[in-house]
Design a protein around this ligand. Structure first.
Ligand SMILES: C[S@@+](CC[C@H](N)C(=O)[O-])C[C@H]1O[C@@H](n2cnc3c(N)ncnc32)[C@H](O)[C@@H]1O
Length: 415
């Protein structure tokens, strides 16, 4: 077979492969943006009041034990389909998981509870007061980019939206007090020692609302609001916010651990921070959100910039935001920006030090480059995306897995 013919066939083969691979990637991407956005928009949930609420029993205790091993407690015997408290791991009572009865039963059979949590580098940090922020997490030595700082199971986890009677609300804390009642003393102490930044709430409900982090309790990140989960972690919940965070929170579904990894080198003495808000929003919007949901005024480096530099920073963040919208499949703003425009945006990400978006742009942008037939840059960007996701989220990351699979099936991709 002549060389030119072989080249044509190879190109055709590439073309067909590009079509399928781009299709598979597009499918994955639809799940992934919601998850990465979710991980920055952390806390809060709203009770769903029941319409007809019978009177509570005279002793006021509406709970009923459904099973001793594993321990499952119905939160409210008055309403059908009331949430249940499951205490895990079996027999040790170190964590409470709250959900409908079917999900609670399913979770009680998971093997993960018998497995150890991944080993981390928590010795690299110290928890101490940080001026103007309460407690915080500070590096005791240089923490290298990609280091797994903490991997920890929650002590409290729940589906975000649960049906509850209106007499079990955040003001009286009845529901939350009942949920933590059967936890070990250590876990209860860990929860009650966390910060409460909410006024008008029962102290326990306030603590939960202040400290919740999002959990992904499904194999694939699920954008459905009814399938979102939140949890409380004794150590991770101590991290303070920064609009240019130096660490990334990821919920590792396979080990059921919340994890922080350094997104860049963190020098000794620096605070380890995550983001509580949408960091691509303008400074005023970020600050308003942090004030209303977390009761503090952010004074991070990005928020302290003078007017001229703040405007430039807002402008870069807005451009990154717009580009991410444009390259996200399923987005109403979806279009095909040029390679040059996407490269320019990566420079802005560098300037703003928003490392999580570098990974996303390389991944989503790489997929677009493939659709446009630019195989060389596609491969280059996917290889970089793989490194970036590994650094940010480790091997369990759905994005890391998706990129790795793509590279495995692509000729020359695994080199
Ligand atoms: C999840 S807790 C973080 C740990 C908390 N600092 C503590 O003492 O346990 C969230 C609360 O910490 C405080 N906080 C977090 N980030 C902050 C920041 N950048 N500046 C000031 N306060 C902050 C606020 O009171 C916020 O409501």
């Amino acid at each position: 077979m002549g060389r030119s013919r072989l080249l044509v066939i190879t190109r055709m083969h590439y073309g067909i492969q590009a079509f399928f691979v781009a299709g598979i990637l597009t499918f994955y991407l639809c799940f992934l943006l919601s998850s990465s956005r979710k991980s920055t928009e952390t806390h809060s949930f709203d009770p769903v009041p029941s319409s007809s609420i019978p009177e509570p029993p005279p002793d006021g205790d509406t709970t009923r034990v459904l099973s001793k091993t594993p321990r499952i407690v119905l939160s409210d015997a008055r309403i059908p389909g009331a949430p249940c408290f499951l205490y895990l791991p079996r027999g040790k009572h170190d964590m409470v998981y709250i959900d409908n009865i079917a999900k609670v039963k399913e979770l009680s059979t998971w093997r993960v509870w018998d497995e150890p949590t991944p080993s981390d580098n928590r010795d690299a940090i110290v928890f101490r007061p940080v001026e103007g922020k309460g407690m915080g997490m500070v590096a005791r030595r240089t923490i290298l980019a990609g280091e797994l700082i903490i991997a920890e199971r929650p002590v409290y986890a729940q589906r975000k939206t649960l049906p509850r009677c209106s007499d079990q609300n955040t003001m009286n804390g009845v529901f939350h007090l009942a949920a933590v009642k059967d936890l070990s003393h250590t876990s209860r102490e860990a929860i009650f020692s966390l910060k409460n930044s909410k006024t008008g709430y029962h102290p326990l409900s306030g603590i939960l609302q202040t400290n919740f982090l999002m959990l992904d309790i499904t194999e694939e990140p699920d954008p459905d609001p009814d399938n979102q989960f939140v949890g409380i972690f004794p150590l991770l919940s101590r991290a303070n916010h920064d609009c240019t965070p130096n660490s990334h929170y990821f919920f590792n579904f396979s080990s059921f651990t919340g994890e922080f990894r350094a997104t860049r080198d963190i020098p000794r003495g620096d605070e380890v921070t995550i983001s509580y808000t949408y960091v691509l929003a303008p400074r005023t919007a970020r600050q308003a959100h942090l004030r209303s949901d977390y009761s503090f005024t952010c004074s991070c480096a990005a928020c302290r910039l003078d007017a001229k530099n703040a405007e430039a920073s807002d402008d870069r963040r807005a451009k990154i935001d717009q580009l991410v919208e444009e390259i996200t499949p399923g987005s109403s703003a979806w279009r095909k920006p040029s390679y040059e425009k996407m490269k320019e945006c990566l420079k802005m990400v560098e300037k703003e030090r928003l490392d999580i978006y570098r990974a996303q742009i390389l991944f989503y942008g790489g997929t677009l480059l493939l659709q446009q037939g630019d195989v060389a840059h596609f491969l280059q960007w996917m290889k970089r995306a793989k490194e970036e996701y590994f650094r940010l989220e480790g091997e369990a990351s759905p994005a890391f897995k998706a990129v790795s699979t793509t590279l495995q099936i692509w000729p020359g991709g695994s080199r």
